[in-house]
Design a protein around this ligand. Structure first.
Ligand SMILES: [Ca+2]
Length: 170
């Protein structure tokens, strides 16, 4: 990731960490769900579910957060891989998720991060992540960025979004 991308992520991270080295799992979820189309009830449901499930509250480090954002930038590749699984009606396990992320991005997500992602998104609690549970929601998040900036794509759109968000907060 280039410096500018890292800088923007740092801004977002430190907004939540308030000087600490890690953000809480709930803050991590809030950042992920920030640009989704979820209504308030659904949003609260995601956070409640996470709070119910999270056992190991060690927090999410900046590196974990940055790795995950980098993975989200490659969501399209991941989504193709996932679709191949779901065509065979096969939602993926934590191990498969970790492996698929590694293949798409070269990044190894920490076990705690993957646990947290599953705690947020595994809606039916079967320990597996389906296309509908994860990709569908995260894709909507990116689409929101595409809408506001027709010409820029992916990361550019996300950055634009972020800047807009920061403007409205100050
Ligand atoms: Ca599931």
């Amino acid at each position: 990731m280039d410096n500018l991308q890292t800088e923007v992520l740092e801004l977002e991270f430190y907004e939540f960490s308030k000087g600490n080295l890690a953000i809480t799992e709930v803050d991590f979820a809030k950042i992920l769900l920030r640009y989704t189309y979820l209504d308030t009830d659904e949003y609260d449901m995601f956070l409640d579910r996470l709070l119910d499930r999270v056992k190991d509250e060690t927090g999410v480090s900046f590196k974990e957060f940055r790795d995950f954002c980098q993975f989200l930038n490659n969501l399209e590749d991941f989504s193709i891989a996932m679709r191949m699984y779901t065509l065979a009606d096969h939602p993926i396990s934590k191990d498969e998720f970790t492996r698929a992320v590694k293949i798409c991005t070269g990044l190894t997500l920490s076990k705690h991060l993957v646990d947290t992602v599953f705690a947020i998104f595994d809606e039916d609690g079967d320990g597996l992540l389906s296309y509908k549970e994860f990709i569908a929601i995260m894709k909507d998040r990116l689409h929101r960025g595409f809408k506001s900036t027709a010409k820029s794509e992916g990361w550019e759109a996300f950055k634009h979004c972020l800047k807009q968000e920061m403007k409205t907060q100050t």
